[in-house]
Design a protein around this ligand. Sequence first.
Ligand SMILES: [Zn+2]
Length: 136
Amino acid sequence: MNEYQNIKLDVERSKTRAMIEMRCPQCRQGKMFKYANWRVDKFDEMYDNCPVCGLHFEVEPGFWYGAMFVSYGFSVAILAIMGIVIYWGFNDPSVLGYIIPIPIVSLIAVPFNFRMSRSVFLHLFGFVKYKPEQTA
Ligand SMILES: [Zn+2]
C-alpha cells in the first residue's frame, strides 16, 4: 500500500505530458523517479517498478543504454543553442568565451538531461501500451 493507490486523477495525461512529467508510460500516473527534480544529489534514483501499476521500467535488460543516444541529442542541442546565444548575444567572443561556459551549462544540465532522456526513450522506444485501467 502506498500513497499513489488511493489517488484517482480526473484528468488523463497525454503521452507528451506524461513524458515531460516523467510518468509511467503504461498508467501515466506513477512517477519514474523517486525524488523531485530539484534534488540534484539524487537525480539518478528511480523506481524499479511503477508505484501505481507495477510496470518494470527497464523493459528489457540494458534498456537504459539506449537513453544515452537521446541524452547525446540533448547535449548536442545544448551545445548548439549555447553556441548561437554566445555568438549573437555576446558578439562572438574569443574561443575561451565558448570553451568555458558551454561545458559548465552542460554539467548543470546533467540531472535534467539524464532524467528526460530516460523518460523520452521509455515513452518513444519502450513500446509500452497505455492502459488507463491499470490505475484503478
Ligand atoms: Zn504505471
